[in-house]
Design a protein around this ligand. Structure first.
Ligand code: AMP
Length: 214
């Protein structure tokens, strides 16, 4: 299965991508995680990416495309979370997958209204080790500050601040939202109501991808 998750910041696409990847036992590839790891390791890509991530802007296409290309090189099945983020990246992904004869099976677009997004982002916590995502109110860890899955320390992302969140929404509207039409035209788009509780959304996703023959 090869799936792309689309959705605004805070839509829960990362959480759902992790759940689906675990159920199907295939890798979840998050361009945000790849970039944050590169920043932590201070690789050349990470050094270029840091200022963009902190502002909430998109990292230059060539940097992200190279990281994703390298990561999916030896995978036949995967769930992409956060990539592509604009039409140029979507075209690159098409090009790459068509060379490998591995077409996308579907694009899941997780829809959530703006006011809910802000609430979700401001309480989000991520595991520093396994990248599991929590929320102080909607999906709290059993023990405060500690990951249920691996015992890692939970942290708040540096771009979950008010200024960066505003920029990330604008970036999403201007650059990422056009991808909805891009994939709709290709008959690949599956729209998911992202306002339900986590389990309800996962069930909807399973049902909808089955209907789609995935
Ligand atoms: P995410 O974890 O998907 O919310 O991404 C966090 C940040 O990483 C974004 O605000 C961007 O700065 C950067 N980023 C993640 N994916 C991409 C991408 N496909 N293209 C450009 N920048 C990205």
């Amino acid at each position: 299965m090869r799936i792309v998750f689309l959705g605004p910041p805070g839509s829960g696409k990362g959480t759902q991508a992790q759940i689906l990847a675990q159920k199907r036992q295939i890798p979840q590839i998050s361009s945000g995680d790849l970039l944050r790891e590169a920043v932590l390791k201070e690789t050349p890509a990470g050094k270029k990416a840091k200022e963009y991530i902190d502002k909430g802007a998109l990292v230059p296409d060539e940097v992200v495309i190279e990281l994703v290309r390298e990561r999916i090189r030896n995978e036949r099945e995967f769930i992409l979370d956060g990539f592509p983020r604009n039409v140029k990246q979507a075209e690159k992904l098409d090009e790459l997958l068509s060379k490998l004869h591995l077409p996308l099976d579907g694009v899941l677009n997780v829809e959530v209204p703006l006011e809910k997004l802000i609430d979700r982002l401001s309480g989000r916590l991520t595991c520093s080790q396994c990248k599991a995502i929590y929320h102080v109110k909607y999906n709290p860890p059993t023990k405060k500050g500690v990951c249920d899955a691996c015992g890692g320390v939970l942290f708040q992302r540096s771009d979950d601040t008010e200024a960066a969140i505003t920029c990330r929404f604008e970036t999403y509207k201007n650059q990422t939202e056009p991808l909805i039409m891009y994939y709709k035209k290709r008959g690949n788009l599956i729209t998911i109501d992202g306002t339900k509780a986590i389990d309800g959304i996962s069930r909807d996703i399973e049902e909808r991808i089955r209907e789609h023959g995935v």
